[in-house]
Write a protein that binds this ligand. Structure first.
Ligand code: ATP
Ligand code: MG
Length: 569
């Protein structure tokens, strides 16, 4: 299992992480004419997740910091898996986090002609050959890190034959999988990626941009470095799994570059998060098999899922800043991400009253025909927020959990003969309950102390408990979706067996009958964030329709991160 590292990552005295320090050094040394150009290269075969956000915050962030530019380049080299739906979603999510590529939008498919020309040149120079073996045969000949590989019987094919076959591969004369173009490098290299890596394979599925123009498609290793070069990228920042690919990146780039300009690859640690998975393949499977309700299911680690759940761009950027960038693989606690959104919403979310598990409270000495308007603080953390009005009356909804008939000693909420304050209103004393035939409490009774109205002199009188409430006649019924961890285990990727068996069966709980104050119901719009007093932060879901509001619980109020952080010290 990956070691857990939660400490703040090393940054220098001016707050630069190690990648930024390298960039700064290159700029100061005048490399590439003192130019900085990064790129974010997603493959449009799925939606972006928070791990991708860590990557593009680095790419766009470093460019911003040093006055450089950052390209968005779609790595569209495999038409079998890619789709424009993903292209649009990826653009939307990058914009949402506050970054923009301006007019620097590129596609690896733009470079298919140049890549093809380079391949032809390498064939002519005796540096590439067409191999007719199956992928299994090629794999079997690879050897191991300590045992050299075996040369393919096609390795020394004459140049003319290679050129002819490669051309016919691209014309569609050959079957998929029947042959590949390989670089002729070194079957005994210490670096497995140098053992005659595949450069091109045959794919006959039409490409969404280039149609059926091409029948051969470049492999990642033959496309990425050169695409960087064609685009003028100076710093190609990626994750640690590409460290062993770097020599090959440099090998192909050297075929093009000179001293005046050469792109450079730098690697940092991926984001891994507890109780979820980051593999696009697995996320796609969850979506395709209906194990979640789409890419933007609020339980997903995708950016659209987090957005729907109620995560803010600022909270995600802050989280990424906190975990930082290192050269060591780590597993980060999801509680730190939750902590970040809690902190952000605490500053900005409007406070409202909502009762999620309602039971009726009747104030027996309060006139049935009377309504008072109470002033409620809209956000004590924000001096600009002011107050809003909330109707009060004889019948109120309160939380079932806020009443106990036979309470333990330290229960300071409502129980017979005890006083509590109704938030922003009066102190009341419980006088009894009514039960149904099954012994369930149907109504709770209490008497108001009229001298204790909030804002008036008697309000000074202190009682231990304060409860939230919503007046029955004006309450609006809404739906609330409560979420728990998507997976039941901390690190699903480290477990044996099928990852789907590790899903938490109780990750979604729908509450059909939650009562909210009328002021909220009038103003709530999709994407708005609120704090439901004493319950947590909630965000309006796009499923909301006229007359039927749906809220996602973004996160509870209790900070579970502090405890973990202390334990880790
Ligand atoms: P795959 O290549 O298997 O389809 P991927 O998640 O690597 O999946 P890409 O579209 O290639 O998908 O990713 C784009 C960029 O995002 C890459 O540079 C990659 O290094 C980076 N990236 C992907 N996952 C993470 C992660 N968990 N943490 C940080 N960066 C990531
Ligand atoms: Mg990738």
């Amino acid at each position: 299992m990956i070691e857990k590292k939660q400490e703040e990552s090393p940054v220098d005295e001016s707050g630069l992480n190690f990648v930024e320090q390298e960039i700064k050094a290159d700029l100061e040394a005048g490399k590439n004419g003192g130019r900085l150009n990064t790129r974010f290269p997603p493959e449009p075969n799925g939606y972006l997740h928070i791990g991708h956000a860590k990557a593009f915050i680095m790419d766009f962030g470093a460019a911003e910091k040093f006055g450089g530019t950052c390209n968005l380049r779609f790595d569209d080299t495999n038409p079998q898996k890619e789709d424009t739906e993903y292209v649009e979603a990826i653009k939307r999510d990058i914009h949402w986090l506050g970054y923009d590529w301006g007019d620097r939008l590129y596609y690896a498919s733009d470079y298919f002609p140049q890549l093809y020309d380079l391949a032809v040149r390498l064939i002519k120079e005796g540096k590439a050959y067409v191999d007719e073996q199956t992928s299994e045969e090629i794999a079997a000949q690879k050897g191991t890190p300590t045992v050299p590989g075996t040369a393919s019987p096609y390795r020394d094919r004459p140049v003319e034959e290679n050129l002819d076959l490669f051309e016919r591969m691209n014309k569609g004369e050959m079957e998929e999988g029947s042959m590949v173009l390989r670089a002729k490098i070194d079957m005994a290299s210490d670096n497995m990626h140098f053992r005659d890596p595949v450069m091109y394979r045959i794919i006959k599925t039409p490409h969404w941009r280039t149609g059926d123009k091409w029948k051969v498609y470049p492999m990642y290793d033959f496309a990425h470095g050169q695409s960087d070069y064609f685009e003028g990228v100076t710093h190609s920042i990626c994750t640690l799994e590409f460290v062993p690919h770097r020599p090959l990146y440099e090998y192909f780039v050297k075929e093009l570059a000179d001293e005046s300009y050469c792109p450079r690859q730098i690697e940092f640690n991926r984001l891994n998060l507890t109780y979820t998975v980051m593999s696009k393949r697995k996320l796609l499977q969850l979506v395709k098999e209906g194990l979640v309700n789409g890419w933007d299911d609020p339980r997903m680690p995708t950016l659209c899922g987090l957005r729907r759940r109620g995560y803010t761009p600022a909270s995600i950027r802050e989280f990424v800043k906190k975990i930082g960038y290192t050269r060591y693989e780590a597993l980060n606690h999801i509680e730190l991400l939750e902590h970040s959104v809690r902190e952000d919403l605490n500053k900005h979310a409007t406070r409202v009253s909502a009762v999620q598990n309602p039971v009726k409270l009747v104030l027996t000495n309060y006139p049935a025909d009377k309504t008072e308007i109470m002033e409620m603080d809209s956000n004590p953390e924000d001096p600009e927020a002011g107050t809003h009005e909330m109707p009060f009356g004889r019948e109120l909804w309160i939380e079932r959990e806020d009443f106990m008939e036979n309470p333990p000693k330290k229960f300071f909420r409502m129980s017979p003969d005890k006083e509590v304050r109704l938030k922003g209103a009066y102190i009341v004393k419980c006088t009894g309950v009514k039960k149904n035939a099954d012994g369930e409490i149907e109504e709770i009774y209490a008497e108001v102390d009229f001298d204790t109205r909030s804002g008036l002199p008697g309000a000074d009188r202190k009682v231990k408990g304060t409860l939230h409430w919503v007046a029955v006649p004006t309450a609006v019924k809404v739906e609330v979706r409560d979420y728990d961890r998507l997976f039941a285990v901390e690190n699903p990727s480290a477990e044996e067996g099928d990852f789907r068996d590790l899903l938490n069966p109780d990750s979604l709980k729908v509450r059909e009958t939650v009562y909210v104050e009328p002021w909220l119901a009038e103003r709530a719009k999709t994407g708005d964030h609120y704090q439901f007093q004493r319950l947590g932060y909630y965000t309006v879901d796009p499923d909301s329709k006229d007359g039927h509001l749906v809220f996602n619980k973004t996160i509870g109020l209790r900070d579970t991160w502090v405890k973990i952080a202390q334990k880790n010290k």
